[in-house]
Design a protein around this ligand. Structure first.
Ligand code: NAD
Length: 320
């Protein structure tokens, strides 16, 4: 079997091994593949592995020998799964691998807002402590989380992991989800979206990007929030109308916002959040601790193994 990975760099920039795939066939790995090179690079490969490189119907038409598509991610919108299904090609994703990593990053962002660790360390290294009149100083308001309310929109795997961490910090947890479940009820009080917006000191987004969740944070929903609310987004950029959030940050209606994801990635130079002093922006790193990427690699390999054994798993286009 010939296996080609079209854009392997973000999953494995060099600290992991592709050995699991090498054991299953003749492997070629490209770091990145431009749209116009997709068909040529697939060539006569039987299994195509992608992360964010689009595979459209034309690619399936041009490469009729493709038997399997593996996506190195949970989201598989880069693949025309219907076109693949019409040719009986299973498309397999990684349903979950980074729950704890994303929950941890959510708190890394929130704690940065509470303590400004990076800026205080920079100030110390610049000599501001050595030259200080008192034995300590702080340049920003410091904030304790205990006793505050954490509102979580989308209370699935990651949302509930964040809820458990919030409780460990002494926070009260409110959750809004389209569906409620028993494990969620043990962690949080389920409330309506309006109640969550009104009551929460911190709002963290963990719902998927669907038409009904796109722009869920907008001028109207922000107007229902407490003055001085904190907003964290480690889910998907388009959940937030960024111009509305930037306005609320400038007007200090929103105390601070931290986003690991933005509407267009990589971030565009004219993204309005870039100009806000009270925004924290990270380059979509929540999923990327080595442990989390190793888990992703292991599942991607076992997905292909299961296909080769005749029992494909994690197939996202079975019923199309
Ligand atoms: P999940 O499916 O376990 O949980 C999603 C929850 O959202 C579910 O409980 C679902 O009922 C709920 N939901 C669906 N529609 C909703 C709606 N309209 N309103 C409110 N809630 C709704 O998924 P997960 O593993 O917890 O992942 C959550 C999201 O995190 C993913 O969709 C993805 O966008 C994001 N994510 C980001 C990174 C990153 O690196 N930044 C990594 C992994 C996942």
């Amino acid at each position: 079997m010939k296996i080609v990975v079209l854009d392997g760099y973000t999953e494995n920039p060099g600290d992991l091994s592709w050995g699991g795939f090498e054991k299953l066939g003749n492997l070629t790995v490209y770091d990145r593949t431009a749209k116009e090179d997709v068909v040529a690079r697939i060539g006569d490969a039987d299994a195509v592995i992608v992360n964010k490189t689009p595979l459209d119907a034309a690619a399936f038409d041009a490469c009729p020998q493709i038997k399997y598509v593996g996506v190195l991610a949970t989201g598989y919108n880069v693949v025309d799964v219907k076109a693949a299904a019409e040719k009986n090609i299973p498309v397999c994703n990684i349903p979950t691998y980074g729950t704890t990593a994303v929950a941890q990053m959510t708190f890394a962002l929130l704690l940065e807002i509470c303590h400004h660790v990076a800026e205080h360390s920079d100030a110390v290294k610049k000599g501001e402590w050595s030259n200080n009149a008192d034995w300590c100083f702080w340049k920003y308001p410091l904030m304790e989380l205990a006793g505050k309310k954490m509102g979580i929109i989308g209370f699935g795997r990651i949302g509930q992991a964040v809820g458990k961490l919030a409780k460990a910090f002494g926070m009260q947890v409110l959750a809004y989800d389209a569906y409620q479940n028993e494990s969620g009820k043990e962690i949080a009080d389920y409330v309506t979206l309006d109640e969550l917006l009104k009551e929460s000191d911190v709002i963290s987004l963990h719902c998927p990007l669907f038409p009904e969740t796109e722009g869920i944070i907008n001028e109207d929903s922000i107007s229902k929030m407490k003055d001085g609310v904190i907003i964290i987004n480690t889910s998907r950029g388009p959940l937030i109308k960024e111009a509305d959030l930037a306005k609320a940050l400038r007007e200090k209606k929103v105390y601070a916002a931290a986003c690991d994801v933005v509407s267009t990635e990589p971030i565009q130079p004219d993204n309005p959040l870039l100009g806000c002093y009270n925004s924290i922006l990270t380059p979509h790193i929540s999923w990327a601790p080595k442990e989390s990427r190793q888990r992703l690699m292991d599942i991607a390999v076992s997905n292909l193994e299961a296909f080769l054994a005749g029992n494909p798993v994690n197939v996202v286009n079975k019923n199309l």
